[in-house]
Design a protein around this ligand. Structure first.
Ligand code: GBH
Length: 480
């Protein structure tokens, strides 16, 4: 764990938002308690064969009952923010309706009060993938006329109930994953497969729903509550496989535009999908003999409504891929083949407990510069970053390595490249339900024993290390 010759000593800006994150379905449990409705993850995890270890989030970390203990763990880290998400179906059991479930409101209200009493500000995600099942029964994210007003109503309900105390809102966590894994590849709930078409329709409606939620805050709550509202996008950073080959350079940029620009360009750019994405999907659709592109279009009014709907750039990132130009067949249409790229990883990058996640800290600096170069000085808030293992060891030096060098590259981006980064969030506070992987992949700063019904938590070495970085607000030079 030597610093190495390229290590950058220094501090993060004053007031930097140190944070740690979880999400509702991954930690709460209490899946059918106190009037909560079913979500698509309750449904999905109960279908045999969907989850690698056959488990569910029925109890998860039991944070529905243990939130006070969670708050003490958060406090011990010294973070300023705690990023968690609300279960839509706990608040509105059927997804719609004006009158929220009082017990659901009470749970989150208690959590928020407990955080504030301990000097921690809540950073609240409205939607981290657990759609009320009754909305999915009506088409979910594919049905614009149901989902857009339903999300708007849900957002308003939350601003009303919690906005006096919550000043930091994230509308959607990773719409890319909802669209791509939920409605494209079918790996996550609701498990539909529409790799070439449904994926784009879901993305379209996610963008519209997000924009409505932002506009409602702006019109009805901003003047009294004075908070910030944004969105969180995820990205696997792309570097060209051969940087001397202009085709690979273009391919890496194209892949970034599909994965990040898909949502970022409408919101932080000109209000529309990236040109290269429109061009590629139209070309592939035409080659297939379709009468129109599989990528939907926004009207001018819709573009105007979406553009500018985020007060910060929420960024989740874990890893990098090397990308080369590769012409894909048009007769098997899919989001990934629409891009005409092929990806690989570098054999020298350390692996983790997740097959997709390899540690490449320099990628973080490249990514932050990419965001700055494309969207200007919008304040970037890293809303998730971290690494997994499978054994849950308390001596997690690989995690210390990961946080140390990812954070050092963020510091380089701030101090040496002039990128505007306002906060950093470790994923995750504790080991939790890793979606279709069940409890196999552990990302926690705290270990959770899932074989014990009382779900005991134990700090790992990384928890102490993260607290130390936060206490120093960075990396003081060992010689000064
Ligand atoms: C985040 O998503 C989530 O917000 C969070 O809930 C989750 O616990 C955390 O990451 C850790 O996974 O290569 O086909 O196996 C990260 C999004 C998820 C995107 C895994 C890439 C790999 C797909 N990433 N996915 S595959």
């Amino acid at each position: 764990l030597d610093d190495g010759p390229d290590f950058h000593y220094g501090q993060f800006p004053n007031g930097f938002f140190w944070s740690v994150a979880t999400s509702a379905y991954q930690i709460e449990g209490g899946w059918n308690e106190d009037g909560k409705g079913m979500s698509i993850w309750d449904t999905f995890s109960h279908v045999p064969g969907r989850i690698e270890d056959g488990t569910t989030g029925d109890m998860a970390c039991d944070s529905y009952h243990k939130y006070k203990e969670d708050v003490q763990m958060i406090k011990a880290l010294g973070v300023k923010h705690y990023r968690f998400s609300l279960s839509w179906a706990r608040i509105l059991p059927f997804g719609i309706g004006i009158e929220p479930n009082a017990k659901g409101i009470e749970y989150y209200s208690n959590l928020i009060n407990e955080l504030i009493a301990n000097g921690i500000q809540p950073a609240v995600t409205l939607y981290h993938w657990d759609l009320p099942q009754s909305l999915e029964d009506r088409g979910g994210w594919l049905n614009e006329s149901i989902i857009v007003p339903a999300f708007a109503n849900y957002a308003r309900t939350c601003y009303k109930a919690f906005g006096d105390r919550v000043k930091f809102w994230i509308t959607l966590n990773e719409p890319f994953i909802t669209a791509n894994a939920g409605y494209g590849r079918g790996k996550k709930a609701p498990g539909l497969t529409g790799e070439g078409d449904l994926v784009y329709i879901a993305g379209h409606n996610l963008l519209k729903a997000h924009a409505q939620a932002y506009r409602i805050y702006q019109r009805e709550f901003q003047s009294t509550q004075k908070g910030f509202v944004g969105i969180t996008l995820n990205i696997v950073y792309k570097e060209p496989l051969n940087p001397d080959n202009p085709l690979d350079v273009e391919a890496a940029e194209r892949a970034m535009q599909f994965d990040m620009g898909w949502f970022a360009n409408p919101i932080y750019g000109d209000g529309d999908y990236p040109e290269v994405m429109k061009k590629q999907v139209a070309m592939k659709s035409q080659q297939q003999g379709l009468y129109q592109s599989r990528l939907p279009e926004f009207t001018d009014a819709e573009k105007k409504n979406i553009k500018g709907t985020s007060d910060f750039f929420g960024l989740n990132t874990y890893t990098t891929r090397r990308v080369e130009h590769f012409v894909q067949p048009f007769d098997k249409p899919s989001f990934s083949r629409d891009q005409d790229v092929r990806e690989q990883t570098d054999p020298s990058w350390p692996r983790s407990g997740s097959p997709w996640l390899l540690a490449y800290p320099e990628g973080m600096r490249g990514l932050l510069n990419w965001v700055k170069n494309h969207y200007g000085m919008v304040p970037i808030y890293v809303t998730e970053n971290g690494i997994s293992d499978r054994n849950g060891t308390l001596e997690d030096y690989h995690r210390i390595y990961y946080y140390k060098f990812y954070l050092n590259n963020i510091l380089k981006a701030i101090n040496m490249d002039g990128v505007r980064v306002i906060g950093y969030t470790a994923w995750s506070l504790m080991d939790n339900y890793e979606w279709e992987k069940g409890y196999l992949e552990r990302f926690g700063l705290y270990h959770v024993d899932f074989t014990d019904p009382s779900r005991p938590r134990t700090p790992k070495a990384s928890a102490k290390y993260y607290a130390e970085i936060i206490a120093n607000n960075g990396f003081p030079s060992p010689t000064s």
